[in-house]
Ligand binder design. Structure first.
Ligand code: 4JN
Length: 446
């Protein structure tokens, strides 16, 4: 049985009985609800995914950053009725501070940029891969943590930044075998909504709230959405106009409705033109209904979706030019995206694109006699000093056991340290794929 061993002090190991002072109890060995362990085979897939995130980020000239998973709760308290706020994993720590497990990375980025202030030279191109949390009633049995890849550009007000970010996501998707037939991006601009709301005299400070309600357009009944909009002061006429505009799926139609002079249309036209130059036009489409569920977006917004319509959004992002000033900092134009580690894996599974990732090690080194364990340690060190990977057998085991382990860890070579060979300065080397076996002088082992 497993004891906590903690309060009674001392170690309860295999040789000494568990402390009898503690009630022996079996703990639940599963991870907390909504969280995951990453045993080796899952960790190999996670590392493969994150390495692709990192390689694309570096290819685009982005620098890696990270922040504490625990932040002040105040960083995430926005009054716009976002789901992310409703599901905040927050608590009071032993210092009576209100803290939260971060639900997203962007507010931490804003905090760090403000903290660094003038010492930072713009534009900033930062990326992070961080675990994010939400506390959701397990009734829905959904996960409470996921890892999010974020890329953000700060200091560029031009739509060239959003175009670059979309290019980086397309590059990542192509690297893992996803095509424009599998995934698309719905692109819009919150300035479309802003134009409509302005016409109806809706004050700027209502903008975030209205967007959050509209983001639920596919999640709640239309009447419910209309009711919520009315509650926050949007007139019936304005609601009807909003719904009309939200159904627009082409820039030409948008121009007809909004007229040609607004920023929304010029931003979107520039983005689609740049997409042509980047070569990812097939991946994107205008869809005015896309608003995204974060209150701080102010311009272009986008989300990646699977064209099969089975999965939740793959990624999402947009421009957030005023986030820093909400934290008391000087505003810096900014845009970025978040890309979760779960939906993409579901998509790769469905498309049979998951890579075969086996354990692998170059050498397994074994002493054929307990007196040669030191010699085997020397051989392992020689190989490791040459940059080779070595699994050193640490106990006196029969050869049958060694061969079984060599197969399980997918070793390429078996190095045997035997008495007679060692006396002649040699070791046995067996190639485990060809079966070829020979003796090699220690100084020639490589
Ligand atoms: N924001 C957030 C955090 C954690 C999960 Br799982 N999903 C969304």
């Amino acid at each position: 049985s497993i004891t906590d061993g903690g309060t009674s002090g001392g170690r309860s190991g295999a040789l000494s009985p568990a402390p009898v002072t503690e009630e022996l109890q079996k703990i639940d060995v599963n991870p907390p609800k909504g969280t995951r362990d990453f045993p080796p085979e899952d960790m190999r897939l996670r590392n493969w995914l994150f390495n692709n995130f990192r390689e694309v980020s570096r290819m685009y000239g982005f620098e890696e950053v990270d922040y504490p998973v625990l932040e002040s709760e105040a960083l995430f308290i926005r009054k716009a009725g976002e789901e992310i706020r409703d599901q905040l994993y927050c608590f009071e720590d032993r210092g009576n501070r209100r803290v939260a497990l971060r639900p997203e990375l962007t507010p931490s980025l804003a905090r760090l940029v403000i903290q660094k202030g003038k010492s930072l030279s713009l534009p900033l191109k930062w990326f992070a891969i961080g675990q994010c949390w939400r506390y959701e009633r397990m009734t829905r049995g959904r996960r409470r943590e996921h890892y999010q890849w974020n890329m953000d550009i700060l200091g560029v007000s031009e739509v060239t930044a959003e175009a670059e970010l979309l290019s980086s996501i397309v590059t990542f998707l192509k690297r893992v075998g996803i095509t424009a037939s599998d995934v698309g991006f719905k692109v819009s601009s919150r300035k479309v909504l802003q134009d409509v709301l302005k016409c109806y005299g809706i004050p700027e400070n209502m903008f975030g709230k209205v967007c959050i309600i509209i983001d639920k357009i596919e999640k709640i009944p239309l009447d419910e959405m209309k009711k919520e909009l009315k509650v926050v002061g949007v007139s019936e006429d304005a609601i009807e106009e909003l719904l009309q505009v939200l159904s627009i799926k082409s820039l030409s139609k948008l121009e007809e409705v909004l007229g040609g002079g607004g920023e929304a249309l010029s931003d979107l036209k520039q983005l689609f033109s740049l997409a042509e130059k980047f070569g990812y036009s097939d991946w994107i489409q205008f869809d005015a209904s896309i608003v995204r569920g974060l209150a701080y977006y102010t311009g272009i917004v986008f989300e990646g979706f699977d064209r099969g319509g089975k999965l939740r959004a793959i990624c999402g992002g947009g421009r957030y030019d005023h986030l820093l000033s909400t934290f008391g900092g000087e505003d810096i134009p900014a845009c970025g995206f978040g890309f979760g580690d779960a939906v993409i894996v579901e998509l790769l599974k469905e498309k049979k694109l998951l890579p075969e990732l086996n354990a692998e090690v170059e050498n397994i080194v074994c002493a054929l006699d307990p007196d040669l364990q030191g010699a085997a340690s020397t051989v392992a060190t020689i190989l490791r000093d040459k940059g080779q990977t070595v699994d050193l057998v640490l106990e006196n085991k029969p050869l049958k056991w060694v061969f079984k382990r060599a197969t399980r860890i997918n070793a390429r070579r078996l190095i045997l340290v035997g008495t007679s060979e060692w006396q002649r300065g040699m070791v046995g080397v067996k190639d485990l794929s060809s079966g070829e076996q020979c003796e090699v002088k220690l100084e020639e082992l490589n």
